[in-house]
Each structure stands twice: as structure tokens, then as C-alpha cells.
Design a protein around this ligand. Structure first.
Ligand SMILES: *Cc1c(COP(=O)(O)O)cnc(C)c1O
Length: 381
């Protein structure tokens, strides 16, 4: 995926001038920096970025420029990336399962914050990580509904185990903290409420005053036309409930959004390869490309259709079956997608809010996936 040095006014200008036959992601640095500022100004604690959601260099560089000082990393590759692009930033190594060689690598790179959700992995950390000035956050889970899918299926200790782990962390001389991840695209602030209250109970049961509470990612991006994310309502709830639940032993707060920082900063344009017998739409990008996430958490409806000349199609929205370019029949957008009725071969389907889990999950399956990246001043068509 190459990034050209030209900055375009908006996606329309590029599409009209270049007529690309490969899918294009348009990156708007101004939108990314605005999202970063919204978090830094509104969240009552430290804002870190979940690197996995979009690790391309211009994203990290723009977040660092906007004032993001911490990064949630899950692998040696991500740790090295952040050390290179934001050398002074804090790295939180929050993948609770690590090979011994990965632990050693992170110690060498000066990582001072780790998460853990099991006795066996905690034993490895105690053996390999010097405790001095180092934080270990115990990750716990709850059976909470409200997220787009269940993150507790893979990671997180039960509250009972978390009590035990937290005591061991404190006894071993590490800075004890707690963390959770409520899911992804959590539009309901209540997703955080029960987690924060349970964190306070875990700390009390363990008899440990925690230094920090990391409330995870999961903040929503703008995926549905009529449903703009209400981040400030979530920030307010997190601040209020932390005060209520912890009282005098209130920990510092940390969050680690991915999607909510990068999602709205990218717009995808995919070209219509064919309108098969007037019905099914075939695009040059699909679920093996930048749209990998749509079958998992649902389609984005912030879609516009442009002619090759850059004019907006005005036909009334009509539900269509939309396929990607590969020969695999699962390469289809979920359900049916409302598209302008006069959509035609050669048009561009432009989907907003495509910055998260898109650049990084794009594959070359079946020889497709030649995804371009272009920079724009504005995403308005
Ligand atoms: C994936 C992940 C995040 C980011 O999730 P978003 O839904 O993109 O905000 C944050 N924390 C952890 C531990 C994760 O695994």
C-alpha cells in the first residue's frame, strides 16, 4: 500500500482525475487530529491508542502530533513501530499472552506497563520483568451485553481470579492496576458501568489500592448515518462511576481506543466492476480487502455513489446484494446494502468511517487487495 505525496482536496477530486481501478482509502489527517483532541480534552485520564486498529505510519505520526502520549501494543512489531515513530511515548503491552522471547524484547525496549489474566502468564512476567517502577494490570471480564461482539471469549480473568492475581502482583512489588475491555463499538455508556464497579470490588476484596484503572477501548465510531457517537456521555459516565465506586481510593484512569480515534479519518472508494444482469453489484474491494470487518459488526450506511466524472448518483436508495471481487462466495457484504438505484458499472461506491480494521486486515487473496492510500484535506465529496 503506497502513500502518494500529493494532498488532494477531497476524494472526488482524486477519483475524477485518476479514475482508479483499484480500491482507494482516503486519509484525512485533520479528522484524525480532531478525534484525538476530542479524547484528550474530554476523557478524564490518559488517552492511549490501540495500535492494532490502524498501524500505518501517518496515523501514528498524526496522533503523536495531536498529543497522544501512550500506545497499546500487542506484539514486538507494534512495540518497535512505536519506539521508532514516537520514541518518548509510553507503551502499554496489553496482550495478556506472550512468548518468553516477546517479554524479553519488550523489557529491552523499556516497556513499563503490562496486562495479565492468568497465573501462568503472571509467573512468566514475575520471572522475566524487573518489578521496579513497573505496572502490571490484571485484566478481568464480565458477561456484559451491548458490544458489537464478545471480547471476553478470549481474554479476561473472572472477578474471583482477578482478586487472587492482583494480590500476587502487589506482593511481587509491581505497581498493581486493573484493566478490562468492554468489547468494540459500544454505543451504550452502560457497557462501562458494571465493569468499573466490579473493578472497585476486586480491589477491595484483594485489599489492594490500585494505581490505575484502564477502561479499555470499545468507544464507538460513526458507522450509522443517524447515530453519531456520544463520546462525551461515555466520558462523563466513566468519570462519575469511578468516583462513586472507588471513593477516596480513586485510581488514575486510562483508556485505549482504537476505532474511535482512527475510524472516521478514512473514506473508502471501491469501483463497481459489474452490475450483473441489472441486479448484483460486484465491487473491486470486499471482505478480504478493506471491508474485512463488515460481516463481523455490520455494514456502515454512510455510503454515497459517484459517477466516474465525480457526480453524485441521485437515484432513490434501493437494497442490493453486494459482492467483493474474489471467487469466494463469503466475499459479500452483510445483508443488502442501500445504494442509489441508478448505480452503474464504473461508478465509485464511497464508504465513510472506514479507518479501523481496514488497512491492516486487507489481504492479497485471489490476487486482489492492491489498496491505495491517498491523503485528503476533507472527506466531503
Ligand atoms: C482491540 C483492543 C482495543 C481497541 O478496541 P477498539 O474497539 O478498536 O477501541 C483496546 N484494548 C484492547 C485490549 C484491545 O484488544
Amino acid at each position: 500500500m503506497g502513500l502518494s505525496k500529493t494532498i488532494w482536496t477531497n476524494p472526488t477530486e482524486f477519483l475524477r482525475a485518476q479514475g482508479p481501478e483499484t480500491p482507494v482509502l482516503f486519509f484525512a489527517p485533520t479528522a484524525l487530529q480532531a478525534a484525538a483532541r476530542r479524547f484528550i480534552d474530554g476523557f478524564p485520564g490518559m488517552v492511549t491508542y490501540a495500535v492494532k486498529s490502524n498501524p500505518i505510519e501517518p496515523v501514528v505520526e498524526n496522533l503523536a502530533a495531536a498529543g497522544v502520549r501512550g500506545y497499546d501494543c500487542a506484539s514486538s512489531y507494534e512495540i518497535d513501530l512505536i519506539r521508532r515513530l514516537a520514541p518518548d511515548a509510553a507503551i502499554h503491552y496489553n496482550n495478556p499472552v506472550r512468548a518468553r522471547s516477546e517479554i524479553a524484547h519488550a523489557v529491552e525496549r523499556g516497556v513499563k506497563s503490562w496486562s495479565v489474566d492468568s497465573k501462568s502468564e503472571l509467573a512468566k512476567l514475575i520471572e522475566l520483568v524487573p518489578a521496579e517502577g513497573c505496572e502490571i494490570s490484571v485484566r478481568f471480564k464480565l458477561p456484559v451485553a451491548g458490544a458489537a461482539y464478545n471480547f471476553g471469549a478470549k481474554f479476561g480473568a473472572t472477578a474471583e481470579l482477578a482478586v487472587e492475581l492482583l494480590r500476587v502482583v502487589a506482593d511481587a512489588g509491581f505497581i498493581p492496576s486493573l484493566t478490562f475491555h468492554p468489547g468494540t463499538q459500544c454505543t451504550d455508556p452502560a457497557a462501562w458501568d458494571a465493569y468499573i464497579r466490579t473493578a472497585a470490588e476486586i480491589a477491595a476484596d484483594a485489599g489492594v489500592t490500585i494505581a490505575r484503572l484502564n477502561v479499555g477501548g470499545g468507544f464507538p465510531s460513526h458507522r450509522l448515518e443517524g447515530l453519531a457517537p456520544e463520546l462525551e456521555a461515555i466520558f462523563d459516565l466513566i468519570g462519575r462511576v469511578t468516583g462513586e465506586a472507588f471513593g477516596d481510593s480513586r485510581p488514575l484512569l486510562v483508556c485505549e481506543p482504537g476505532r474511535a480515534l482512527c475510524g472516521d479519518a478514512f473514506t473508502l472508494a471501491a469501483q463497481v466492476k459489474a452490475v450483473r444482469d441489472g441486479g448484483h453489484i460486484f465491487l473491486n474491494d470486499g471482505v478480504y480487502g478493506a471491508m474485512a470487518e463488515l460481516p463481523l459488526i455490520g455494514v456502515i450506511d454512510r455510503i454515497e455513489v459517484l459517477t466516474p466524472g465525480g457526480l453524485r448518483r441521485r437515484g432513490a436508495p434501493e437494497p442490493r446484494i453486494v459482492f467483493g471481487p474474489t471467487c469466494d462466495s463469503v466475499d459479500r457484504l452483510p445483508g443488502e446494502v442501500e445504494l442509489a438505484s441508478d448505480i452503474a458499472e464504473g461508478d465509485y461506491v464511497v464508504i465513510h468511517g472506514m479507518g479501523a480494521y481496514s488497512t491492516v486486515t486487507n489481504t492479497r487473496f485471489n490476487g486482489f487487495g492492491d489498496l491505495r492510500l491517498e491523503t485528503v484535506l476533507s472527506q466531503k465529496l
